[in-house]
Design a protein around this ligand. Structure first.
Ligand SMILES: [Zn+2]
Length: 205
């Protein structure tokens, strides 16, 4: 038996969310009907859509465009850190280790789930670098299969545009506070591949 039309529409709306199938959509819809506080969701969605925008520079979600980070003259505009999601910007900002700008791709390449290169903000990055003033692009996509594929895509796009820009990748390897004996094989491989040279302290020089 079909649901009443308004309920069917609610289920269909949830079903369009990424990773939500029919059964989860139905569960969420019934939850909304039963829980009066869930009505706040409608207002929250409405506000989020009306009061946020995508930054025309870095493509991050922001209250205004250009966003706070892109308008901050103290930050190095010649250095762009490319990440998959807005939450990656938050994480790197928390580290206080980076004083450049960001570029948010808004996703990662996932051929298995049917995400296409066109859905990521790669062209916007290429255009940004083409406008000039960028010395280095740091690829900070996740260290998994999707992140690797996404980093390759960005690298190819920058290469195809024949841009004179330095491209680097965040180093991988040993987590601080860890013990080598418990590390995953891939972590050890990455750490060896990303090794850095140390200077010998020579006496008498
Ligand atoms: Zn921005």
């Amino acid at each position: 038996m079909a649901y009443p039309e308004p309920l069917e529409r609610l289920v269909a709306s949830f079903e369009r969310f990424p990773g939500v199938g029919r059964r989860t959509a139905e569960r969420l819809a019934f939850h909304v009907l039963r829980d009066p506080t869930a009505r706040e969701l409608a207002g929250a969605i409405d506000r989020a859509v009306r009061e946020t925008t995508l930054c025309r520079e870095c493509c991050n979600v922001a209250r205004r465009s250009p966003c706070e980070l892109c308008s901050d003259g103290e930050r190095d505009a010649a250095l762009i850190c490319v990440v998959e999601q807005p939450k990656d910007v938050e994480a790197i900002e928390r580290s206080r280790a980076f004083r450049g700008r960001y570029h948010v791709l808004m996703g990662a390449l996932n051929p298995a789930e049917g995400s296409e290169p066109g859905q990521l903000f790669v062209d916007a990055l290429v255009e940004r670098v083409r406008r000039g003033g960028v010395d280095e692009v740091i690829l900070a996509t996740d260290p998994d299969a999707e992140g690797e594929a996404t980093a390759r895509l960005v690298l190819e796009a920058l290469g195809a545009a024949k841009l004179a820009v330095r491209v680097t990748r965040m180093a991988r390897g040993l987590p601080a506070g860890g013990a080598i004996e418990y590390l995953h094989r891939g972590v050890i491989e990455d750490a060896l591949e990303g090794r850095i040279e140390l200077r010998l302290a020579r006496r008498g020089e």
